[in-house]
Design a protein around this ligand. Structure first.
Ligand code: BGC
Length: 535
């Protein structure tokens, strides 16, 4: 088998540091807490961890509001703790991917504070998008923030600054040389500390054009950008083509420069994955051209229904589009910005889909807690902290549900996550989702994940191709069964509400629904489940 760069087929475990494990009883997860649980992560069988931001931040947007990108926020520990985490991960042969947030800084960053003091026309203001108000005092244009409300905030001297997200997250001006220089310094800083790659936040947003022009229909555009907002696909697609602040040509020049930095670290095989929500889908492949980044997130499965035709189409499309630039796709069912898959499509369905997707070529991203089958937390509005909830006056519930801390042990909330009061409450109904509980049950989702990841590593990676054997366009039951072969494994998912028999040869290795049947010629695939068969 030819050896692939480590990231090509990596399974990457996303850790939201605030919610993973609290080592000091303050109710929030921290870096020493992560380090203390790395054995658990390694035993899961993943290749890498991606850490959501842990940098100095007033935490208005879960740390995606960075006030010092080259330091650790005291709530998470210290730089020494970061070094310790990275070296412990490496000892366990886990790679470490850090998050980099280049679209904006926090308003507490020293540059923004200096810009406020320096006043209109100053070099300090030129690092952001400061503009004068219109003669009637209104903002320079009518864009709506992605968290709701206007995307401009006025400062005392009357100028406005642009923020695509919260008003505490001023957008950086990537036409400014200081911005380029500072981010290159940040990349090298973390690479020199040992990280193996970056997840690039809002990778498609850095370069803005025509920041003084109005959009013809900002409210509809804002709705179209909200995945939970119902809209006819044609209307949404047309609006998404008109986003004035995403996916401009200039972003690719930035990534070409960054790629040279990554490559200068030689055989460390530094990688970067772009968070780029772009339209049409072919545009995403531009981010992974040979001289740019290594992976781009595929968000299709974060919103996909549990439907054979739909899944067949998005899986094929992703494989095909990526192949045009000689890349492999990425797959993710949950992350810190979207509802957890078990809550979105149901428990059985999410288990089936997880194992179907784990067998596909490319990289899989698993959001911590997904391996336990965690649903979204049950929160009251009083608990919510997401700026999108606050800025939309509660219209958008926001992303806190997916960010509720992990349950580790015991029978009583907060299930060993902290000895203090957790920053978001863990529901008492999570008793059977703890790591301790699932460890002791051989058929738990956690143990199934471990088996699947081990089989994947041993038997699937020798081929990067799949061959469909049952799908909406192959076979009579294509509306109910999706099946493909990859290397020595046949993967079968029954999407219907009734059990079905399939006659593929081989031994059933594993079933998402629980105990495995071995060596039977007719295999029963329970309703809403997935099985792997060794050919
Ligand atoms: C991150 C979000 C964050 C936003 C602004 C993203 O897409 O994943 O959590 O709120 O960027 O930084």
């Amino acid at each position: 088998m030819k050896s692939l760069p480590w990231w090509k087929e990596a399974v990457i475990y996303q850790i939201y540091p605030r919610s993973f494990f609290d080592s000091n009883g303050d109710g929030e997860g921290d870096l020493p807490g992560i380090t203390s649980k790395l054995n658990y992560v390694q035993q899961l069988g993943v290749d890498a961890i991606w850490l959501s931001p842990f940098y100095t931040s007033p935490n208005k947007d879960g740390g995606y509001d960075v006030a010092d990108p080259r330091n650790v926020d005291p709530r998470f520990g210290s730089l020494e703790d970061a070094k310790e985490l990275i070296s412990s991960a490496h000892q366990l042969k886990l790679k470490v991917i850090a998050d980099i947030v280049p679209n904006h800084f926090s308003d507490q960053h020293e540059w923004f504070q200096a810009a406020l003091l320096a006043g209109p026309g100053s070099p300090e203001r030129a690092r952001f998008h400061f503009h004068d108000a219109n003669p009637d005092g209104t903002p320079p244009n009518n864009w709506i923030s992605l968290f709701g409300g206007p995307s401009w905030t006025r400062v005392d001297d009357g100028q406005y600054y642009l923020h695509l997200f919260d008003s505490s997250q001023p957008d950086l001006n990537w036409d400014n040389a200081d911005v380029h220089e500072d981010f290159e310094k940040t990349l090298r800083f973390w690479l020199d500390l040992g990280v193996d790659g970056f997840r690039i936040d809002v990778a498609h947003g850095l370069v803005k054009e025509n920041v003084l022009e109005h959009h013809h229909d900002p409210q509809s555009l804002s709705n179209a950008l909200r995945l939970d907002y119902p809209m006819e696909p044609e209307e949404r697609n047309e609006l998404l083509l008109s986003v004035p602040y995403f996916d401009r040509q200039g972003v690719h020049e930035i990534y070409r420069k960054w790629r040279k930095i990554f490559d200068s670290y030689g055989d460390r095989e530094i990688m970067a994955v772009a968070e780029a929500w772009v339209h049409p889908p072919i545009n995403a492949t531009k981010y992974v051209r040979a001289d740019e980044l290594h992976q781009v997130f595929n968000f299709d499965l974060l919103t996909a229904p549990f439907d054979a035709a739909y899944l067949f189409e998005v899986i094929n499309r992703s494989i095909e589009l990526n192949s045009t630039v000689d890349a492999l796709p990425t797959w993710a069912l949950s992350n810190h910005d979207s509802p957890r898959v078990a809550s979105r499509i149901g428990d059985d369905q999410s288990r089936a889909l997880a194992f179907f997707v784990l067998a596909l070529p490319g990289s899989n991203y698993i959001f911590a807690g997904q391996e336990l089958g965690l649903p979204d937390g049950e929160l009251s509005d009083h608990d919510r902290q997401d700026p999108s909830f606050i800025r939309s006056n509660g219209l958008i519930k926001g992303r806190d549900g997916a960010r509720v801390p992990l349950p580790w042990s015991g029978d009583i909330s907060p299930f060993g996550f902290t000895t203090g009061k957790p920053w978001l409450p863990l529901s008492q109904s999570w008793k059977n989702f703890t790591v301790e509980h699932e460890n002791s049950d051989p058929h738990s989702l956690l143990n199934l994940f471990r088996s699947a990841l081990s089989i994947r590593r041993k038997h699937l990676l020798e081929s990067q191709q799949i061959e469909w054997i049952e799908s909406p366009s192959h076979g009579a039951r294509g509306g109910s069964i999706l099946a493909f072969k990859r290397a020595a494994i046949t993967v079968v998912m029954n999407l219907s509400g009734e059990g079905m028999d399939v006659e593929f040869p081989g031994e059933v290795l594993f079933a998402s629904s629980g105990p495995v049947q071995v060596n039977v010629s007719k295999k029963h695939v329970p309703a809403r489940s997935c099985i792997w068969i060794s050919n």
